[in-house]
Design a binder for this molecule. Sequence first.
Ligand SMILES: Nc1ncnc2c1ncn2[C@@H]1O[C@H](COP(=O)(O)OP(=O)(O)OP(=O)(O)O)[C@@H](O)[C@H]1O
Ligand SMILES: [Mg+2]
Length: 459
Amino acid sequence: MTAATGPDAVTTRRGDRRRRTPWLKRFLPRTLFGRSLLIIVTPVILAQAVATWIFYDRHWDTVTNRLAFAVAGDIATSIAMLERDPSPDGRDWALATTARTTDLIVTLEPDQVLPDKKRAPSGLLERTLAKALEERVARPFAINTRVAHEWYEIRVQMPNGVLSVMSPERRLFSPTSYIFILWMVGSAIVLFAVAILFMRNQIRPIKRLAIAADALGKGRDVSNFKMEGATEVRQAASAFLLMRERIQRQITQRTEMLAGVSHDLRTPLTRMKLALDMIDAPDLDPEVEELKADVAEMEMMIEGYLAFARGEGTEAVQPTDLTRLLNEVAAGARRDGTEVTLTAPAGLTMLARPNAMRRCIANLLVNAGRHAGTAWVQAERRNGVIEIVIDDDGPGIPAKLREDVFKPFFRVDSSRNLDTGGSGLGLTIARDVARGHGGDITLDDSPYGGLRVVIRLPE
Ligand SMILES: Nc1ncnc2c1ncn2[C@@H]1O[C@H](COP(=O)(O)OP(=O)(O)OP(=O)(O)O)[C@@H](O)[C@H]1O
Ligand SMILES: [Mg+2]
């Protein structure tokens, strides 16, 4: 390829490939197992096909030719002996000699005439035999393949009758071809079986890695994952394990820092509160009250931080009955004065961190209680996903703010929530929990007029 045409050619070829891929993909197996088998088996089948073709073209052709000419030669010899001495004695001698020296059965049918109409020879064997007879015997003849099982009859026109020659099939037909085909098919089957066994073992570690990565994404325990398989798979597995460690380290670090900071801030805050209580200056009252309110807000934020930090890391994933958990949280919300209608099928279980999950749903119900007063909770399992929908009849959240409310400390227009008194961490924590389980939380309009919160969790 020259430099001038190079880039162009590459571009067109790429374009072609892009167009062709979907077509090709439809015919290619989807799994790695299927593809590897295809890669191993295709060249073998091609090689076998070429070998078979060469075998038939050369070996099989040559052998058949030689066998046919040998039989035709025997017949020609027999005819020559018959013609040398046509007397009954001579004829008997010729037939007896043929029977003795060859394995052909030769009989003479006097005064018979071969029919004029000749059947066209069918098949390679018959064609070859006809050619040999034309060359060696040079008389009208007919071949009958259906005279008996494993026998061929060759009838030759003689001046005074028809010579019938019965030839056993083995004199015309080489059984090597059967053996050859059997060998081909047999070796292909053996190769196929070995390939399947080997590929299975090679692909198992890749599958395990995929399952472990999936489990990690869902926040599940993958500590029993072991490295195994070929070097490349081990490399991927080791990178995966390192990644898992890094993620865990980061989570722990964040949690510990949050917990530490919150904890350390509590002490000076308590001191400030005490000091404020001690101030006895009536002319400063409004300022003191403001300071007290600020300190109270700071305390609440710190409580929020601590709640956030507590939800992380330590809790183990375990089979959790979501229906029961939802009932408990709903009962709690009802005690706080929220009207809750819960619809959930019995036995909705999944692998989850129960306390984190409880906090997630409780936060959402607290929001509904604060902003609306009535909440509708529905849970169901759909296509391998557990969906929990929480509706309320409050003011809702404007569509353009539905991502922002998940940010820490973000609160919608404080004039609206004058005394709702939250810290703005509720939705942040709820989404964190859902994502920690491999799911997510989204917001929408509720048919009840307020906000709809949808939690989706993989099973
Ligand atoms: N059901 C709801 N209806 C209307 N607005 C809501 C609803 N839930 C949340 N919001 C709005 O989203 C904001 C963020 O909610 P989030 O739960 O994160 O914080 P918060 O409720 O203010 O405080 P916290 O939950 O930490 O006590 C809230 O301030 C509120 O304005
Ligand atoms: Mg809240």
